[in-house]
Ligand binder design. Structure first.
Ligand SMILES: Cc1cc2nc3c(=O)[nH]c(=O)nc-3n(C[C@H](O)[C@H](O)[C@H](O)COP(=O)(O)OP(=O)(O)OC[C@H]3O[C@@H](n4cnc5c(N)ncnc54)[C@H](O)[C@@H]3O)c2cc1C
Length: 389
């Protein structure tokens, strides 16, 4: 297998780097961690759209660039390396556009995909509910037909994102059917009457995740995506895309880079920290794990370019890379010691408080988008062919 990048891909990577370096120079953003989830900047997303970089792998006929998933991976890898605020368009670019493409009507594709690509529509994903996380088929939000509308009632939780104007959600359309069969997917405009978005303040002190309440919300029937009551099978595919990406590996890359730099510049008893065997060992180990994770992520993109949704490959990649991210956050706090616990703003705080931000944020990595236990079950059954029980 040839692991090298083409000349065009190398040029493209450099083009993305040049753009991001210029944006940092202009003061558009300061590199941060978890930017794909919490770096919300509609203005920056629109700049990315103007470059033609949202929907890079979506077909040209709907406004995308029709490029490969490996090209998209190069783009997203650089966005994360530079810690750029990409959250507003991330979910639409990663999974919602693909779902509409796979299951939407021609009218829906023409309506939504060009708006995603132009950075006009920013999607939230409304799957999880208070009693339906890993066991998503237990969801209780209902969609009941009423003339030309579906009427939505229920609640979503952990809905990521600010500045989102649409939500891609799942709801129960047949309460009598077996639980995996009576579910459908919808698009809802978040400004519709009856929708309340309530931010959740999490352990990092940020409020980037939400509870979303639906109270007699009337969505037109043409907002149903795909086949009624077959939504669960569509979701499985969508989750494969959700778990596919580089964000699970590189969401904290700015911390890794800054940590290495810190150990080179900071002296202990007259010697740079980078000469301490224990610290060198930790950093080298992280680099080994990072390179392994990168291969797993590229493998997923290659599966997608081969024309199928990645399944156990995404599960394996996410299970591995989120554990890497946790180890990175742990090692950073160990290396920085008590000062590493200070948040940005304190004059004693090293590397802009990225370590404590990552450490606290990392607790959710192996939950969001499918827990590690669930992913290992997927790998065991679908990858290794082991019995499900
Ligand atoms: C930061 C963050 C952002 C998120 N963003 C979104 C979002 O944008 N949209 C959205 O819809 N959801 C989102 N989620 C929700 C996420 O998908 C759920 O948290 C996840 O699916 C787990 O569900 P749960 O929290 O209900 O935990 P549970 O499903 O209750 O799991 C609790 C524990 O039990 C274990 N467990 C459960 N079932 C099994 C089993 N069968 N076998 C072995 N172990 C099991 C789990 O592995 C876990 O350790 C987000 C979550 C977080 C933390």
């Amino acid at each position: 297998m040839d692991f090298s990048f083409t000349e065009e891909q190398k040029k493209f990577r450099q083009e993305v780097r040049d753009f991001l370096e210029e944006e940092i120079r202009l003061g558009t953003f300061t590199p941060s961690v978890d930017v794909w989830m919490t770096g919300n900047s509609p203005e920056f997303s629109r700049k990315v759209a103007q470059k033609g970089w949202i929907g890079l792998a979506l077909p040209k006929e709907y406004g995308g660039q029709g490029r490969s998933n490996v090209d998209r991976l190069i783009l997203t890898e650089e966005m994360l390396r530079y810690g750029a605020p990409t959250a507003c368009h991330w979910f639409a670019d990663r999974q919602v556009g693909r779902s509409i493409l796979a299951h939407g009507t021609e009218e829906q594709k023409k309506e939504f995909i060009p708006k995603i690509v132009r950075g006009e529509v920013f999607f939230a994903v409304g799957m999880s509910e208070p009693e339906a996380g890993s066991d998503l088929a237990s969801l209780q939000t209902k969609a009941v037909e009423d003339g030309d509308y579906y009427v939505l009632n229920g609640q979503k939780v952990w809905t990521t994102g600010q500045f989102r104007n649409y939500i891609y959600l799942v709801a129960r359309t047949d309460p009598e059917a077996p639980k995996h069969r009576g579910i459908s997917e919808f698009i809802a405009d978040l400004s519709l009457p009856g929708i309340t978005v309530r931010p959740l303040v999490v352990i990092t002190g940020e409020a980037e995740f939400n509870e979303v309440f639906f109270d007699d919300v009337r969505v037109p029937k043409n907002c149903l995506i795909g086949e009624k009551n077959r939504g669960f099978y569509q979701i499985i595919e969508q989750l494969d895309y959700e778990r596919s990406g580089i964000e699970r590996l590189m969401g904290n890359y700015p911390l890794f880079e800054a940590l290495v730099q810190f150990t080179k510049e900071t002296k202990l008893s007259g010697k740079p920290l980078s000469q301490e065997p224990l610290i060198r060992n930790k950093l080298a180990q992280l680099q080994i794990e990072f390179e392994v994770g990168r291969l797993l992520v590229y493998r997923v993109a290659m599966v997608m370019d081969g024309g199928r949704a990645p399944n156990w490959e995404s599960a394996m990649s996410k299970a591995y890379t989120t554990e890497f991210e946790k180890r990175l956050a742990n090692s950073a706090t160990e290396i920085l010691g008590p000062y590493g616990q200070l948040v940005d703003g304190s004059k004693y705080c090293p590397i802009r408080g990225l370590a404590v931000r990552s450490y606290l944020g990392s607790k959710g990595y192996s939950l969001q988008g499918g827990t590690t236990e669930i992913l290992k079950n997927i790998l065991a059954t679908r990858g290794l062919g082991l019995p499900s029980k």
